[in-house]
Design a protein around this ligand. Structure first.
Ligand SMILES: NC(=O)C1=CN([C@@H]2O[C@H](COP(=O)(O)OP(=O)(O)OC[C@H]3O[C@@H](n4cnc5c(N)ncnc54)[C@H](OP(=O)(O)O)[C@@H]3O)[C@@H](O)[C@H]2O)C=CC1
Ligand SMILES: O=C(O)C1=N[C@H](C(=O)O)C[C@H](O)C1
Length: 265
């Protein structure tokens, strides 16, 4: 049995992860962590989520034990602290938090010298297939090609563009031999010239309860290919993360992603 401890256990993804752990026959929830200041501390988790075992109360994220794999879907500031805890306790970690900066990515690489980590900006099978499909599209059209990425999410999402949109853009840039940060265009509002074809444009919608939608557009003269993924339930991401936790349990230290878990490389 894989015992998983969930950080940010009261969040949208935290609650979905608790349910996903319940649905997976090889996994059990060992702990549901919240901030040390949370009013939920010591309250039974099943008061918020009936899928949780009756014996588990929300506990302080600073006291991690009895856990095989830790899962973090929080915010960058939370992930930074949780990563330190995982390294100090030598516990493998699955991370889905987006909006990380370059220093955070370095911290992940450093931590991965000591513990195994899966970091993915999207844990769905569909998006991980899409990461391969966009590379084919980006290289099989000729040079007469405009590439744009559109994403839509619920009104509560803080980071933009989404981690997934950036992962799609980075996959395309890799396939084209481009440096992503040199070709990414996030704002055209003050540009007064025609766009270049060596760029990846991003646009973003935030509203309502949209779980997550991503489209990569490949537009050339006379035709346009649109590759779209739509997530209709957060459970897709949560089940993927729990699957990644099972895959990670006995792996050596290293930084892995969901394409490793799904054997898509
Ligand atoms: N990789 C993937 O497949 C997916 C990634 N995500 C990402 O997961 C993250 C969480 O999303 P979502 O669940 O919707 O967000 P929520 O806002 O619903 O939940 C965030 C959770 O993180 C906790 N938290 C926030 N800041 C800190 C901190 N500094 N220290 C400790 N805990 C903290 C919150 O606690 P509190 O309530 O006390 O503030 C809450 O429990 C986002 O980065 C999102 O982009 C989401 C879906 C899929
Ligand atoms: O915040 C979300 O909800 C999601 N975040 C991830 C991202 O930033 O790509 C994945 C998913 O699209 C949902």
């Amino acid at each position: 049995m894989n015992r998983i401890g969930v950080f940010g256990a009261n969040g949208r993804m935290g609650l979905a992860l608790i349910e996903a752990a319940h649905k997976n026959n090889h996994t059990e929830l060992s702990a549901a962590y919240v901030r040390s200041s949370s009013p939920l501390l010591n309250i039974a988790v099943n008061q918020l989520n009936s899928a949780a075992p009756a014996t588990i109360n929300f506990s302080d994220e600073r006291n991690v034990d009895n856990t095989d794999v830790l899962i973090d879907f929080t915010l960058p500031a939370g992930m930074r602290e949780h990563l330190k805890t995982a390294v100090a306790q030598n516990i493998p970690m699955v991370i889905g938090t987006t909006g990380l900066n370059d220093d955070d990515m370095l911290a992940l690489q450093t931590a991965a010298k000591q513990i195994p980590i899966v970091f993915a900006r999207n844990y769905s099978v569909g998006v991980n297939l899409l990461l391969n499909l966009v590379q084919t599209a980006a290289t099989k059209f000729g040079d007469d090609l405009d590439i744009e990425i559109f994403e839509a999410h619920h009104r509560h999402k803080i980071d933009a563009p989404s981690g997934t949109a950036l992962a799609i853009g980075e996959a395309i840039a890799d396939a084209k031999g481009w440096v992503h940060d040199e070709v990414a265009v996030f704002d055209r509002s003050r540009v007064e010239t025609e766009k270049s074809q060596n760029e990846i444009g991003y646009s973003v919608l935030r509203g309502g309860d949209i779980v997550g939608e991503h489209t990569a557009y490949f537009a050339t003269s006379g035709e346009r290919l649109e590759l779209t993924h739509k997530a209709s339930s957060r459970m897709t991401f949560a089940l993927g993360a729990v699957r990644a936790a099972g895959w990670l349990k006995n792996k050596p230290a290293g930084l892995y992603d969901m394409q490793d878990v799904l054997d898509l490389k």
